[in-house]
Design a protein around this ligand. Structure first.
Ligand code: ADP
Ligand code: MG
Length: 405
């Protein structure tokens, strides 16, 4: 069954519509450092404004423990949303209290209000379905319809994601509709050759994706911190690089499966090895099978793929018609170790087909490195949600909107 889309709710002029957005943006000293997630919510909110709906936007931010915590206030987000919409946005200092009720009651047609952080209320993420239901009932009083558009949370059974969608007439917003459309293309009949590029810090974070995607892809490229567990599984010493010893057997299994299925599993042939995990650390390029043969010996830490690997990866990506990339190739937060991530990002922008970037840090990396969102086919706003989608898991926040695989 397909996702119920916005138009299934009928004309919304004058209607109070609750929108669940994912405004979980990175903040530094109260300043938003990447507003990508707020921008991603604009199409749906603008559509509702244009229809003359009374728009009540709800979201979480960070991980407060079910009680108000000033540093997780959505106030800066409401301010930024107002700037991006080019119109005033009311802000309620609570989620289901008096301030929220007043803000909602004051909405005229086409007006927007943002309520305070959902997770300031224990009911939002409660393990107890009855508690979640009770909180969702309170939220539901603020609207006659519900639009779910926080893709980053659809893998969670939470009050504002799941129960609220059961209580009110509900549909997916444009962001969720787009995400599902693109990720579905990656799981069902992708155009071939299909390459998946994985990096990031740990194999353990990505086991599910590797297992689910391995039989479906033509090429699997491994960089980032997880490359060292693969190199070690091939018998190479990795000095003091990130190594998940308990996963060596699992990874050996992946290598064998790839071989057996004729999948091109491409591992780095060289790496940038540093004297320490630090931005200004001394560093050299070493062949992947000789990572301990550097001036740093067994203390060396691999922090990026090397230049030869960059070329091999870029060529493998350029030869593909569908590419999914998750996880930076190196510690891109430090300029000395960003080149591998930059090379892969650049190659993705040149794919003559669908290129998708998934993962919170990967999305932040391409923006930090100066790439434009529209140079890629799609940048997923959901880290965990997009991975769970690709793992083939059930996503409660999508199923409640009518979606079935
Ligand atoms: P995403 O959020 O895109 O899924 P991850 O959270 O899996 O990505 O991983 C991102 C992190 O991986 C980054 O902070 C980056 O510094 C780190 N990383 C990449 N390569 C290495 C490496 N060689 N050693 C240690 N950490 C690494
Ligand atoms: Mg991450």
């Amino acid at each position: 069954m397909a996702l119920r889309t916005l138009d299934s709710l009928g004309p919304l002029s004058g209607t109070r519509v609750i929108v669940r957005a994912d405004f979980n943006v990175p903040l530094k000293d109260g300043v938003i450092t990447d507003d990508g997630r707020i921008r991603a919510a604009l199409p749906t909110i603008n559509d509702l404004i244009n229809q003359g709906a009374r728009v009540v936007v709800i979201s979480h931010l960070g991980r407060p423990d079910g009680a108000p915590e000033a540093k997780y206030s959505l106030a800066p987000v409401a301010q930024r949303l107002s700037e991006l919409l080019g119109k005033p946005v009311a802000f309620a200092s609570d989620t289901v209290g008096e301030s929220a009720a007043d803000a909602v009651a004051a909405l005229e047609e086409g007006d927007v209000a943002v309520l305070e952080n959902l997770r300031f209320n224990p009911g939002e993420t409660s393990k107890d379905a009855a508690e979640r239901r009770e909180f969702a009932e309170k939220l539901a009083e603020f609207g006659e319809a519900f639009v779910s558009d926080g893709f980053g949370v659809v893998h969670r059974k939470q009050a504002s994601v799941y129960e609220l969608a059961e209580i009110l007439p509900s549909a997916a917003g444009q962001l969720i509709a787009t995400e599902v459309d693109v990720l579905d293309k990656l799981t069902e009949k992708p155009e071939r050759p299909y390459a998946v590029v994985l990096g990031g810090s740990k194999v353990s974070d990505k086991l599910g994706v590797i297992e689910h995607l391995l039989p479906r892809v033509d090429k699997l490229l491994i960089g980032g911190g997880m490359m060292f567990t693969f190199l070690a599984a091939q018998g190479h010493p990795v000095a003091s690089s990130l190594l998940e010893k308990d996963l060596l057997d699992t990874v050996k299994g992946y290598l064998a499966a790839a071989e057996e299925k004729g999948i091109d599993l491409i591992l780095p042939v060289d790496a940038v090895v540093a004297a320490a995990f630090a931005a200004d650390a001394d560093h050299v390029v070493a062949p992947a099978d000789a990572l301990e043969d550097t001036p740093f010996g067994a203390d060396g830490i691999g922090l990026d793929i090397g230049p030869e690997t960059q070329k091999i990866f870029a060529d493998a990506i350029a030869d593909s018609r569908t590419v999914f990339w998750n996880g930076p190739m190196g510690v891109f937060e430090m300029p000395a170790f960003e080149a591998g991530t930059r090379a892969v990002a650049k190659a993705l922008t040149e794919v003559p087909g669908l290129s998708v970037v998934g993962g919170g840090d990967s999305a932040a990396a391409v923006r930090q490195l100066g790439f434009d969102d529209d140079e890629f086919g799609h940048i997923s706003t959901g880290g965990g949600a997009s991975l769970e989608f690709l793992e083939g898991k059930a996503l409660p926040g999508l199923e409640v909107l009518g979606w079935e695989r």
